[in-house]
Design a protein around this ligand. Sequence first.
Ligand SMILES: Nc1nc2c(ncn2[C@@H]2O[C@H](COP(=O)(O)OP(=O)(O)O)[C@@H](O)[C@H]2O)c(=O)[nH]1
Ligand SMILES: [Mg+2]
Length: 163
Amino acid sequence: MQTVKMVITGPYSSGKTEFIRSISEIEVVSTEREVTTEAERREKGATTVAMDFGRITVDDDLVLYLFGTPGQRRFDFMWEILAEGMLGFIVMVDSSKPETFREAKNILETFRAYAATPYVDDLRIALRIDPDVKLLKCVARERASVRDVLLELLYAITEQMDE
Ligand SMILES: Nc1nc2c(ncn2[C@@H]2O[C@H](COP(=O)(O)OP(=O)(O)O)[C@@H](O)[C@H]2O)c(=O)[nH]1
Ligand SMILES: [Mg+2]
């Protein structure tokens, strides 16, 4: 039995928690708290402060552990802790919020620096992503869509291991 750790990151309110909830076979362990500022309150009522944790069994030999990061800068001390030992990461970007693209790019670069892992993300042109990086659409509310993204990342990891 192999276990693989994957990190789901991205800006505030980009669908990270939703992504993990859509696919996890266990009740997602979340550390959500009520948001504190007025701007955040308009967006949504709760935010992840430490991490989300979910699990998905791919087959008899393979289990994925999904760790969702907090999106807000003031919790970014958690990022490096969560990145420890990850085999891959996914940067979620809400395509309807161009004002978050710069932040998404910063997060992408931060996580790339933690580990030379393949990753899946979105919005290649806006974020000026290298052509050798996979670009996938994902509706975080749809389990099949989340599963497809995770499987793509998993294939990228196993391809790299076989090289
Ligand atoms: N329309 C739409 N809304 C989504 C999707 N994923 C998440 N949301 C909503 O966007 C908001 C932020 O999602 P959340 O998972 O809490 O974001 P996080 O801060 O990145 O963990 C919530 O109100 C979600 O219900 C999606 O794929 N489509
Ligand atoms: Mg969250």
